[in-house]
Design a protein around this ligand. Sequence first.
Ligand SMILES: C[S@@+](CC[C@H](N)C(=O)[O-])C[C@H]1O[C@@H](n2cnc3c(N)ncnc32)[C@H](O)[C@@H]1O
Length: 218
Amino acid sequence: MERTSWDGVFRDGRDLFTVNRTPGIRVYGETLRTVSGIEHRLWDPFRSKLAALLLKGAAENLLANVRSALYLGGAHGTTVSHLSDVWPTATIFVVEKSPTAFAPLLALARRRTNLLPLLADAQLPERYQADVGSVDFLYQDVAQRNQAEIFVENARTCLAPGGRGVLMLKVRSVTQRRPSAAIVRAARETLVREGLTVRSEAPLVPFSREHVALTVES
Ligand SMILES: C[S@@+](CC[C@H](N)C(=O)[O-])C[C@H]1O[C@@H](n2cnc3c(N)ncnc32)[C@H](O)[C@@H]1O
């Protein structure tokens, strides 16, 4: 097991791992591996688009120096559980609008105290702005037609100047009719128009054929 250039992420061959903050407990049936007395959780790129992005060659500083983060579309907590491992001392606000998904997220947050779940709609950041304040990192994975606009609104409301972010753009959620390249271009234009800098664009094949990851800085 070796360190990677991404803070808190380890590698064994092609497999990525994080150190398990809750030893003995799996979140989504992932493999656990103990090396030199430290338990690690396999980070599955087919289950987590962020692991896919790292394997596709994300910038070394993508996860560096994060003290607070806003995660939109937490679902059952697969990806955010790994961020909880990666940033043990950070505060991670997790927005999820489905009450069905929120229940397991809440249970996860009882064991992982750096996660703060919010049952809310990411389209209305003004409702949670007072709780969240200004964060260093914004992550969005919500399958909505207006994904880029939702990201921009949350960046404007909650992302600190110089903060970083990742928009997991689900191309098919925008429209079935236009080619993917045009959809990605339109999303990039929305981000840039609002003053965000797009640092990279990564299709997530072979891990997801429907998603393109855009990394940004404010
Ligand atoms: C693909 S899943 C997220 C998977 C998760 N990010 C992971 O990697 O573990 C998308 C989630 O976004 C949530 N979602 C969709 N629209 C939303 C919105 N407007 N506000 C908050 N959550 C939303 C859905 O309920 C669903 O749980």
